[in-house]
Design a protein around this ligand. Structure first.
Ligand code: NAD
Length: 384
């Protein structure tokens, strides 16, 4: 009798093939693990997370159960967080650092990689210090706050022969891999137009009194720490989606700042911004991001059809459809998948793929810079 494995089931019944897909978990009676799906029990990449804020907590929880990556250390400026994390994740005292003694990590053979999850303007310093300590490093998006910083980070990693990745979690998420495939393989023909927007109404009420943008909790409103407003934080996902659907780089941008409704909070950074990117194929992408209203969707119109996700860029689960039917995948632990894929390559001494390295992060920062320049000047800014 034919042995039914996940692969033969997929081949036989065609799940995942074609323009529109509905993928659900296979019934357990149909699933016998293939030999290559046995759990990995070899060496893992030992990771130290630097900066223990909201996203660091999400990463730490998601990576529990990771096959190739182990949370082995932490770097924090807050002693009470060190105690909590030590207890929760069983972190040895010798793998706990603060921002001052962090460079001593060079002597710690039990840490292979550092994940920098700090406010944007601190990414550069901690990536370079990690590289100088001989550690591979992942830094959160946006890579840094300007082009010069990105170039310095790339150089430091090259000079110290360590690899640099950017925390582009959606590059490992099946729904996003599918919209990338639909666009780049021209499943519905050439994509002509994309709309991608991501915004969160971050505050419930408009601030009646001045807001302290120097408080660490408000670092996103402080231009020195954030480098910019929602474009740096959220709009980057829309830029990314447009780029990976098309597989092209924008050649020019125009942009407009939105209304500032809350002058107390948005004294240094934009509250909303819209932009338009033109690509070599002639395709246009409209992007929009805001901290003043909620929006979360990506729509692509191609010669013979369309595809869209809504919600589509947040943490998911994502809802999608194409002009031929639904597009939906079961949710995954995004950060675990991202860390597993990166760690697996590092364990095999392989190069990380270009689409997640410092060069990719730098491309986004160049586009973000151009968008800000276009909004400030009211003129088209060329990127080629
Ligand atoms: P957060 O404010 O929750 O955490 C920031 C951490 O940095 C805190 O632990 C804080 O104590 C520490 N810190 C050190 N020096 C600081 C200073 N001078 N000012 C303020 N904080 C300081 O922020 P977050 O939401 O965790 O974001 C951190 C990074 O992660 C950002 O770059 C952000 O863009 C990124 N992020 C990525 C995702 C994603 O889905 N990939 C999601 C959220 C945030």
């Amino acid at each position: 009798m034919e042995k039914i494995t996940r692969r033969s089931f997929v081949n036989k019944f065609g799940i995942g093939i074609g323009a529109s897909v509905i993928v659900t978990t296979l019934p357990s009676f149909l699933y016998e693990p293939e030999l290559n799906s046995l759990p990995y029990i070899g060496k893992k990449i030992n990771l130290a997370i630097c900066g223990l804020g909201i996203y660091a907590n999400i990463v730490a929880e998601s990576m529990q159960g990771s096959e190739y990556c182990h949370l082995a250390g932490i770097v924090t400026g807050t002693p009470s967080k060190a105690v909590k994390w030590k207890d929760r994740y069983n972190i040895p005292e010798k793998n706990i650092y603060n921002y001052e003694n962090f460079d001593e990590i060079i002597n710690n053979k039990d840490i292979d990689m550092v994940y920098v999850i700090l406010p944007n303007s601190l990414h550069k310093e901690f990536v370079i210090r990690s590289a100088k300590a001989g550690k591979h490093v992942i830094t959160e998006k946006p890579m840094a706050i300007n082009v010069k910083e990105c170039e310095e980070m790339i150089k430091a990693c090259n000079d110290n022969k360590v690899q640099l990745a950017i925390g582009y979690r959606l590059h490992y998420e099946p729904t996003h891999l599918e919209i990338k495939r639909l666009g780049q393989e021209k499943v519905f023909g050439q994509v002509r137009y994309i709309e991608s927007s991501l915004g969160y109404k971050t505050y419930d009420t408009i601030a009646k009194t001045p807001v302290d943008i120097n408080s660490p909790a408000n670092w996103r409103l402080n231009k020195k720490l954030s480098g910019g407003g929602p474009l740096m934080d959220l709009g980057i996902y829309c830029i990314q989606a447009s780029r990976y659907i098309l597989g092209e780089e924008p050649i020019s941008v125009t942009a407009q700042f939105g209304t500032i409704n809350d002058k107390n909070r948005f004294s240094e950074t934009e509250e909303s911004i819209s932009w338009q990117m033109k690509f070599p194929s002639g395709a246009m992408a409209n992007g929009n991001t805001s901290c003043g209203y909620n929006i979360d969707r990506t729509y692509a119109s191609a010669d013979y059809g369309s595809f869209e996700l809504s919600p589509g860029l947040s943490y998911g689960p994502y809802e999608g459809k194409t002009s031929k039917g639904p597009l939906k995948f079961p949710p995954i632990k995004q950060q675990q998948k991202q860390l597993d894929e990166i760690s697996k390559l590092l364990l095999e001494n392989k190069q990380l793929p270009n689409h997640i390295t410092g060069e990719e992060g730098l491309k986004d920062i160049k586009i973000i810079n151009a968008i800000y320049k276009a909004a400030e000047t009211g003129k088209k800014v060329s990127l080629s």
